[in-house]
Design a protein around this ligand. Structure first.
Ligand SMILES: O=C(O)CCC(=O)C(=O)O
Length: 307
C-alpha cells in the first residue's frame, strides 16, 4: 500500500535537483549554487529550502560513510549489498504534555490524551470545535469523489483497493475557517503553515477502510520524484476526527497494537524522521462497522509546498 495523494506541479524539477546534487558533490560553494538556481528562475525561498535539504542529505551521506562498520560486518567487506540508510529529517515537535496537559492554542484548550515515544504518536482532545467539524463536512460533502493513492511509477494518482473511502482536498487557506484551523495546527505542531499540504477530507461508509500504509513516499521509486520536488518528504501526519462513528473506524498502528478511537474534535498526530518502516508509523483507518466516519488529514512536509 502506497502513500495517499494530494498535490500538483512546481518549478524545482528533477533535472535541477540532479544538477544541484552534482555541484554539491563537486564541492562547489553553496552560495554559488544558490545564485545559479535563482538565476534559473527558482524563487529565492524555494531555492534556499531545496538547497538546504540537498546539503543536509549530502552531509548525512558523508556521515554514514565515516561511521564504523556495523557489528558483525567484516572490516573492508564490500558494502554494495547493504541498503543505504534513509535520509534523516527534522520533524514537528508539537507543544505537548512535557510542559502541560492542557495546551492553549488559538484561544482553545487542547488536551493531551495519550503519548507514545516510539512510534511518536500523540492523541489530542478538543483540537476542533464541534461546529468546525460540522462546517468542514458540509463544505466537503458536495465535492467528494473516490480516494486515490500516489502511483509510485508515474507520480500521478491511481485508485487502490486498500483505500476505499471517498474524499477531496481544500486549497490551503481556501476559506477563513480552513485558514484558521491550518494556522492553529501550525502553532500546535510548531511547524510552518506553508509546509502543510492542502487539507484533505475523507468519508468512510460502512465497510470502507484505509488498509495499513506509510504516509512518506519511497524515494527510490520514480514516481516519488515529482512529489519530493514540491516540498520534500512528508515528516508528520495529523488526522482529525470530524464525527464519532457509532462502531469501528479507529486509526490503528499495527506495529504497536494501538487503536485510536475516532472521537469528534480529537486528533492523532504521528511523525517519522525517515522514510523507513523502522519509524513504526504503519497505520490505517479500520473498517467502519456502523454509521459513517469523517476525518480531515494534514500532512507536513520538510519544506514549503503547494497550497
Ligand atoms: O482514517 C484514518 O483513521 C486514517 C487516515 C489515514 O491513514 C490517512 O489519511 O493517511
Amino acid at each position: 500500500m502506497t502513500a495517499p495523494s494530494s498535490s500538483t506541479g512546481g518549478p524545482f524539477t528533477d533535472e535541477l535537483r540532479q544538477w544541484a546534487l552534482s555541484e554539491i558533490a563537486a564541492a562547489r560553494a553553496p552560495d554559488e549554487v544558490l545564485r545559479e538556481l535563482i538565476a534559473r528562475g527558482i524563487p529565492e525561498e524555494l531555492a534556499v529550502d531545496e538547497l538546504t535539504r540537498l546539503l543536509e542529505s549530502r552531509l548525512a551521506e558523508l556521515k554514514q560513510q565515516r561511521e564504523p562498520a556495523p557489528h558483525g560486518t567484516a572490516e573492508g567487506h564490500a558494502t554494495a549489498d547493504i541498503q543505504p540508510a534513509a535520509e534523516i529529517q527534522h520533524v514537528p515537535q508539537p507543544l505537548t504534555a512535557e510542559t502541560s496537559n492542557l495546551i492553549r492554542v488559538d484561544g482553545r484548550e487542547v488536551s493531551v490524551l495519550m503519548q507514545l515515544k516510539h512510534p511518536r504518536v500523540i492523541v489530542f482532545g478538543n483540537l476542533l470545535a464541534q461546529d468546525e467539524c460540522d462546517k468542514l463536512i458540509a463544505l466537503a460533502k458536495p465535492r467528494i469523489t473516490a480516494s486515490s493513492v500516489i502511483d509510485m511509477q508515474s507520480g500521478g494518482n491511481r485508485q487502490d483497493e486498500g483505500r476505499t473511502s471517498s474524499g477531496m482536498a481544500f486549497r490551503r487557506g481556501e476559506t477563513k475557517l480552513i485558514e484558521r484551523i491550518e494556522r492553529r495546527i501550525a502553532a500546535l505542531l510548531q511547524w510552518p503553515y506553508e509546509n502543510g499540504e492542502a487539507l484533505q477530507i475523507l468519508r468512510y461508509a460502512v465497510g470502507q477502510e484505509y488498509k495499513p500504509h506509510y504516509d512518506y513516499v519511497d524515494p527510490t521509486q520514480p514516481g516519488a520524484l515529482p512529489f519530493l520536488a514540491r516540498g520534500g518528504q512528508r515528516v508528520a501526519s495529523l488526522v482529525m476526527y470530524l464525527n464519532t462513528p457509532p462502531r469501528g473506524g479507529a486509526t490503528n498502528f499495527p506495529d504497536v497494537g494501538l487503536e485510536v478511537a475516532a472521537v469528534k474534535g480529537n486528533a492523532v498526530f504521528f511523525s517519522y524522521d525517515r522514510a523507513d518502516p523502522s519509524t513504526g508509523t504503519l497505520h490505517g483507518g479500520m473498517p467502519v462497522i456502523a454509521g459513517e466516519k469523517w476525518v480531515a488529514t494534514k500532512w507536513l512536509r520538510v519544506s514549503r509546498t503547494d497550497p
